[in-house]
Ligand binder design. Sequence first.
Ligand SMILES: Nc1ncnc2c1ncn2[C@@H]1O[C@H](COP(=O)(O)OP(=O)(O)OP(=O)(O)O)[C@@H](O)[C@H]1O
Length: 718
Amino acid sequence: MPAGDSAAHEASRQLALAAAHERAAADARATASRYGVASATEQRTAAALAPLAAAGYHLLADRQWPGSRRAQVDMVVVGPAGVFVVDTKAWADVTIAGDRIHRGQDDVTDELMALADLAYRTEGELAEVGLAPGEVHAVAVLAGRTGVDERVGPVQVVGDRDVLRQIARRGARLGPRQVDAVLARCLEWFGQVGDPAPVSTTLPEPVLPAPRGPVLLADDAPDGSDASAAVVPEQRSAPDGPEPLLTDSEVHQAMLEGLMAAPVEEWMAFLHPAQARVVRRSYNGPARIRGAAGTGKTVVGLHRAAYLARTRQGKVLVTTYIRTLPDVLRQQLTRLAPDVVDRVEFAGVHETAKRILDERGVTHRIDGKQIASAWTAAWGKVAGGSVIDTDRHEQDYWHEEVSYVIKGRGLTRWEQYADLPRLGRRHRLGPHQRRVVWELYEAYDRELRDRGVHDFADQIALAEAELRREPPTDRYTAVVVDEAQDLTCMMIRMMHAFVGDAPDGLTLVGDGQQTIYPGGFTLAEAGVSVAGRGTVLDVNYRNTREILQFASMLVRDDEFADIEGATARGDRPAEVPRTGPKPVYVRCASEADRQRRMVLRVHEVVAEVGTNFGDVGVLSLSRRGVEAATEALKKAGVPVVNLEKYDGVPVNRVKVGTVKRAKGLEFKQVLVVDPYASWLTEKVEDLDDVDRERRDFRLRELYVAMTRARDGLWVAAI
Ligand SMILES: Nc1ncnc2c1ncn2[C@@H]1O[C@H](COP(=O)(O)OP(=O)(O)OP(=O)(O)O)[C@@H](O)[C@H]1O
């Protein structure tokens, strides 16, 4: 190569190197400016949040963004109000509308979604120590802004002057031990930032001159985009540190709001890791959560409803057979997850059916008196004096056969009933008896039509047919059924029709052991499969070991028809952590004696520190028992409320009601006030099918009553 050529080559090589240096220099300058702006704005957020440190909060600044080598999380706040993953944005000209956020003309929603994704992954990580998903929050702080309280999907967007208040106002949801457990996990999950940002070219490390002063705002916004939009005058920090964002009285006010926030119960924010996992688990179709009494099924169902409402578009329905229970559950969710309570609908199964029929203009008329008269007329015409009119069964038995076994399944043809396995009904019916039952059903149906009325089973059948005729589009994104064992086959079908087999659409929560209505069926009959999508909870949080032991004796040999098919024995909890005094069983000489002792017992338990009238439940298997107890308590000056009227709003009155109404509820002290001693002592071997069936249901009902008790149980028999 000629000498001139080699010189030219070297010159161009040097020029190329110089260009590479210039590019690297430009990159490094841009990075430096990002750090500069970020530190200024983040410092302001940190300063705004600093007062939390005095109230048991931990502020983790500049931690690693899990899963990324380069990115950092500005701030993670861990404390009594939960976990807050905070990202500060020096954005100007921000508009938020319809779940999207814009900077000027640019849609920057995706930038917040990265934060949402991090919060979601953090939720999963912290579920492993039991933190409920609703306690992890993604918060985007707009630097230099005030009075902002918006949502972009799961991300809360607030001004830097608002962020302290937004966090503190949630109050104390976690206790110190729980905060410690969550903090320990967070310290691992959000690693320390130790290494400098990686150098992106293979150029020698530049030797930097010693800094001459603090870094001020540079040309670019933290994310490298248009600086003019990002610079907000208030953000500029003075050379000697950021000015305080909030006055002392504003800080004081924010912290006070937190102190005044209604306290939550432990399970509202902190669960057993197994529970927390089920709350977030994704099921590829209908799922079932089961477990013995008191294992937190309702708790998990509620958290799951909140979780699904938070993570999906559309509404979630929480429903039960018992009309009054949804009101109680709504009250609980209002405290558990106030952010989503307006996206969760609570309604009994019948109320839901009625809404559908009303909305779709389907006429139906329910009239209790007419229904009763239709039944009486049908019985008189077909069944009175027939092979089913014996002294073995009350008419109620046949009424239940028609309402639950036949209509509960939506049977309309004799052939469907002729050889139907009547799950859970021990008394076998001969062909002749079945025929008469069917004729009774036909007659009853005619009588109803003649009167122009429908009964409650018709209401469900009509709604189910209507939903099948025109499937609802997006009415509910998910349906959670609590106490699912109480629903009939048609009710399950109706609920299934809302969501079909969509992932996480239908969640059935229940315990077959607590089945107290006849008409057992399998989910296969309802066209629902939960195969491979079942979870069993097995820690009893409610009862003391003593209470559970006592109650469990009643159902030790019980077998029931489980909705997944086959005969089942009850789930037994693996753990019962609480202990307490032995239940009290008293034999009374007469009804009057029982009433007298009941009043004494109520006075005795409310004399204990920490127990009020409102913590006491007086439960009876019959309405008559409820009336008698109510009268006796009122006479003794004890304030009472009937469970039919109880909606979960705390009230300092003794709650009196039937066991059916107490489903899903609990009380510190339970008094069971109408059993006969013979119920507890009769031997299965001495009973025929009819009496055995009666006994099974009765004992299960007593079991439900007794397992409502948290601390104390008193059972009075004659
Ligand atoms: N992780 C938990 N920590 C503390 N308490 C809990 C937890 N989970 C549930 N509990 C409490 O245990 C009790 C029973 O919970 P829940 O009512 O959800 O049980 P369940 O399985 O639905 O009961 P049942 O079937 O008998 O109605 C409630 O007082 C609830 O607050």
